[in-house]
Design a protein around this ligand. Structure first.
Ligand code: HAM
Length: 428
């Protein structure tokens, strides 16, 4: 008989309890922070009709053509495992547009599937916090979304500028530059595609390719893409609304003590972005993938008919976040423990131990029982490794005398008393 592999499918992860504990910690901080900003949770199925990702302007061609998991169901429908959440949330908002009170602030933590070439920070299944605001075409919503992103990092104990940077740019500003240079559609598309790859190319190569794409306008495009702050972009874009919007964003964020870096090379691969775009990067060079990315998309709901509803939001991935937390020593490990472990000294005392544990649980103390046949010393050290705070060793003497000892594993102290006394102590 051929043996089956115990490995999971390529590019996905099994979540053992310690992985689940880390995931729960990350999701809890995500949820808590999103709700602190007034976002409401939504969800949907991982299955979507494939056409959702094929409509013009809806997504990113590379993703649709090369990275989706698509199959035909028994009823001949083409189905895709969702590679991202934005088309889904746009669909849901469009579906209920008449019943919703805008602005809508929604969040979700979906698992997403992309058939990617696997590398550090990139797998084939990941989870992503998505936060989006619909119905506000004003830079104040863009500011709120970036503040929320920053607040999440703060709540993980990270410091802006020390462990991560927030890079912002604007598709609208890029279009203003193209307008000023009078570029045609093909030149715009070619220049934008190239700009997206600027940081991966040699400067000479980049310049040559840009000249191929936009001819003698290349030097102005390069001046724009090399700008390291909003004040040094070419004068030709400084009269545009997009410039005023970007300047307001950068200056307001500064007033609010949230540093953002103007970086015109942030393009974001999806076709649906139309305004401010941003990414948060990890400053550990080992983690060279963006941790989150987002931006404004004005027309995505249009594909469902009716007037478009503008949206602004981000996706924040769990794989890159976990690498970030571990690299910067910010991962909390004390996240899967119970408060008390009851440790019978003999298998014959397991039932008695179970009864005592249940009394603690009823009083609100998270309690487990070590039902193994291990020696009691081993049981105590295991409880310590599992971050249990207290242990109660249960032997014949304790059962007979009804007087018990609880040891505080952190302080190294011990308290003795009746069950009622000890329960009261621990429950408080
Ligand atoms: P995205 O840039 O494709 O944006 O993904 C956002 C984040 O998800 C990335 O920065 C990364 O942390 C994580 N991520 C993406 N792909 C993978 C992967 N294969 N493995 C591990 N992590 C990954 C979007 O998906 C947009 N829909 C975000 C958005 C929401 N824009 C507006 N609202």
């Amino acid at each position: 008989m051929t043996k089956l592999t115990t490995n999971p499918y390529k590019g996905v992860r099994d979540f053992y309890p310690e992985d689940m504990a880390a995931q729960r910690y990350m999701f809890d901080v995500w949820r808590m922070t999103a709700e602190h900003f007034g976002f409401e949770q939504y969800d949907a199925s991982i299955l979507e009709p494939s056409e959702l990702y094929k409509s013009k302007g809806a997504v990113n061609e590379e993703m649709v053509n090369e990275q989706t998991y698509t199959f035909t169901d028994r009823g001949d429908r083409e189905v895709t495992l969702r590679p991202e959440m934005t088309p889904t949330v746009a669909r849901m908002v469009a579906h209920k547009r008449r019943d919703l009170h805008f602005p809508v602030r929604w969040y979700s933590i979906p698992n997403l599937f992309r058939y990617e070439r696997m590398q550090r920070g990139r797998l084939r299944e990941h989870w992503q916090l998505n936060c989006d605001i619909f119905g506000v075409d004003d830079v104040s919503a863009d500011i709120e979304i970036i503040l929320l992103a920053n607040e999440i990092f703060k709540n993980f104990g990270a410091i802006n500028g020390k462990q991560y940077n927030i890079h912002v740019s604007s598709r609208r500003l890029l279009e203003a530059l193209y307008d000023a240079l009078d570029l045609d559609t093909d030149a715009r598309t070619a220049a934008t595609r190239l700009a997206d790859r600027k940081n991966k190319m040699e400067a000479v190569d980049f310049k040559a390719k840009m000249t191929e794409a936009v001819g003698n306008k290349a030097s102005e495009v390069l001046t724009f893409l090399n700008a390291d702050n909003i004040n040094v972009v070419p004068d030709s874009v400084k009269t545009s609304e997009a410039y005023a919007e970007m300047k307001t964003l950068v200056e307001t964020m500064k007033e609010m003590h949230c540093k953002v870096i103007f970086d015109p090379t942030i393009i974001r691969g999806f076709d649906y972005y139309t305004g401010i775009v941003f990414e948060v990067v990890d400053l550990d060079p080992e983690n060279n993938r963006a941790m989150m990315g987002g931006g404004r998309y004005d027309n995505l709901t249009e594909v469902f008919g009716g007037e478009p509803i503008t949206g602004i939001g981000f996706g924040f991935g769990d794989v890159t976040l976990k690498d970030f937390l571990i690299s910067h020593d910010l991962m909390t490990t004390d996240i899967m423990s119970v408060t008390l472990a009851v440790l019978p000294t003999d298998l014959a005392l397991n039932l008695e131990a179970q009864k005592i544990a249940q009394e603690f649980r009823v009083a609100g103390v998270a309690t487990k029982v070590d039902l193994s046949g291990k020696k009691v010393g081993k049981k105590i050290s295991l409880a310590g490794e599992q971050f249990v705070d207290y242990v109660l060793v249960l032997g014949e003497d304790e059962v007979k005398s009804k007087s018990y000892k609880v040891k505080d594993l952190i302080e190294g102290t011990e308290i003795t008393g009746t069950l009622e006394e000890l329960i009261e102590k621990l429950a408080n």
